[in-house]
Design a protein around this ligand. Sequence first.
Ligand code: SAH
Ligand code: MG
Length: 915
Amino acid sequence: MTETGRSAANPSKKSSPTPKAIIHQKFGDKACYKVEEVQDSTQDGCPGLAIPQKGPCLYRCTLHLPEATIVSGTFRKKKDAEQSAAEKAIEKLGICQKEYNPTIQEAWDDLAGRVAFLFANEFLSSPHPLSGHFRAALRREGDFNGHIPVSVIAVYDAKISNICKYINPAAEANSLLVMSLVLKAAAKLTDLALISDKQFSLWRRNPYPPEIVSSVIQEPNFASIPIEVIYVPAPLDKAVEPLTLHINATGYYLDVIARQLGMSEASDVMISRTIGKASSEMRIYSSAPKQNLLDLWSEPQVKQASHFEGSLNARASYFAGQEVYGDAILASVGYKWKSANLFHEAVSLRSYYRMLVNKIPSGAYKISREAILTANLPLAFTTKTNWRGSFPRDILCTFCRFHHLSEPVFSIQSNLLDPSLDLPGSRKKLKAMQSSKEEKSGAGLVAATVDPAVSIEVFSCEVKIHSKSQELILQCSPQESQRKQTDAMQIASLKVLSWLNIFFENPDMPLEKLNLLAEKLDIHFTPRYFKEFALCHLMHDFGSNRTRAYSDSADENEPSLIDIEGQNSGVTPSNGSLACISYSVSLFREGDCMKEHLESSEEFEFEMGNEAALPHVEAAVVQMTVGQSAKFRVKLPPSEFILAVAADSAATLSLLSSRSCKLEYNVTLLQVTEPLEERMEQALFSPPLSKQRVEFALQHIKESSAASLVDFGCGSGSLLDSLLSYPTSLEKIVGVDISQRALARAAKSLHSKLKSLLDSKESSTKIKSAVLYDGSIMKSDSRLHGFDIGTCLEVIEHMEEEDACLFWNVGSAPHGQEEDLDERNQPQSCKFRNHDHKFEWTRAQFNEWASGLAARHNYSVEFSGVGGAADVEPGFASQIAIFRRREDILKNMELANNYVQIWEWSSQDVTHQEP
Ligand code: SAH
Ligand code: MG
């Protein structure tokens, strides 16, 4: 299945017809689309959230054609399914797309024809944006011959630029070249003349008839319009400044721009392509390099102009995506379709800097979140539900548009997984999912088993980025497969963005290093092309030492200065959870404490541990609990960020110039949403994996006839809680954990459960005592000496790996169970099932760890698991080790009370502590 960025990112857009349109052209009414709804749990929207039966609707389209019947893939939208079917049909039937495909001679003729058409009488009253220029030109002239700058004809008519592309592909990125082609075509038209080779305006030899002129020229309803523009001087050391142009009623705005730039009139002005958003009228106006134009005119195949007047304007060139010489003006002004009036929009210094920020992937992400001083492009696409702001794929499309590249092309590959192969971790998970899906129909209860005969569909996505002239610039082909096509696209897009971001933020990075980073991200790029981005080095001041500290979380002045206020609520965000904060940022001058407000938000949510917020913000939030506020100051970021948010640029600039400024953040942690692991497992395993683990433990505990149990790393007490409602021989249960917050929750739930059990009188529990300790499993406590059973579920992977290897080294528990999740140990946190996981082991690693532990403490060990089957790949989703003590010796037992008791309940003493 192949999908292009264009069709998805810009469905309403131009040039190539949609697949459906092509099919219609060929088959008309004989093409029959039938869309059906499909319930496909492998395609559901967000893993973990959707209960499969309630998954979002998906559509599949069957296209009946006289020659064939084609079935699309499944899509969220009906129309996407239809387009996909049409696209497949085009491919299958080898339908040739009827497009404009002229010979060079035809193209020249068409170009001349189009120019003649523009100068015809009828065109004056057409709704085309160019006709506004014709009318303005007629209004300002003494005669009715209509002097139209060639640059205007070159940029405002889509047909002309399209034809020029066929004559010379380089015309796409070079308006000077288009101008020269227009001149050459116009030279063949006897009705038209060029004013002079100093003044590139075309005019009619025969004037327009006066009655036509008077019928189209209306009396202006204004005296003068002020237009806010940005002046961009060529020398980089001269500041970019706001400026107001005054366009008077009878004047032509291009004349005003020309004079402002020190030229005499409109035809001296060179106009760039539009900049920024697709709908924008923002362009760079500069002086036309006439000598270059003359050269091109006489020799239109010359690709690179040889001379230039004035010096290269790096800033303007960077925005325009083409060479701009001398001082320039950035303005949003011009005529639009179907409107006789001049369109104009103020361009502020702030919007200039926002455009600059937008040119870098992380900047585009920041802007999409309206959090320029807080958000950061996340490291990984963990899940769709944890992503905030524009999706990677959309940012990549924005990037390409802003850098005048072709839209990215995504190709999705669908693979069938062969369960008999030993596949890497991510795929194992996939198979487990498949088994759970199979189970739905059978209403099974027990752990899912994998049917080796069933293979499932997974997707990988390749992204290619081309220049406008279709030169391959970059290609990313991720190895790993995803369950969903959109995830595969987002992941590939994010890889590209991450790499591009490194390039733009580290302009001095040597090629070998860039190559190495690219390799890690499955990227191949054309180094030659990246030299063309060299202007970014002059534009973004990331490279300087002053600003580098901003992105360096280890900076000495950052977290230490944090001033946290408010009561400790115990609720802290951990990696993988979503933190929701409110914040405000101001520019703060140390000498006189002057402040200028920059940015604030009532609600900004980000995924912890994924670099989704700037390092200093995350560093502060890690230290906070819900309800607390923090205030801290950090060094200034690159000034483009500050100016991109500053409402009052003048005040901000004056503060910035004093050099003793910092950014002051005020942050309040509003809420923390837990990681998705549990919810994810619930959707994939039936019963949920966590429940299966508890069930497994309960079964063993019951069989053991033990009277006392310690749950190490009990968390909020899921196992202890279940023990209360499960008939066992246990009389005493204890929970140990290092998280006070988890212990508080455990106390609360145990308390209410014990209370109701006691009230009900009919419970089968023998439990007489329950205690919770705040303490680490790295240490033992003599009070737990002699307990019959120790359990430890879902804990070691939340510890540092070396600590897990030290587990029980100091203590000794009699009989235990150990559990870990089976997945390849991968260095990137995003690969883990849960962000708080510090590592994930393979089964072999887990077995090795548990065997070593057992040997050191003289235990036997037996392996089992839940979520899958031992002898069918990929094996159990959760690994379990059962340790049994061989001898009743307690050597090396430390006889200290290392734990702090935080809650106790006893059936003798019903006046126990409230949690
Ligand atoms: N056993 C529970 C909780 C698992 S979450 C369940 O299966 O639902 C992991 C728990 O391990 C967390 O509550 C965390 O606070 C705890 N933990 C992590 N390191 C620990 C340590 N060194 N000592 C004790 N508990 C620890
Ligand atoms: Mg876990």
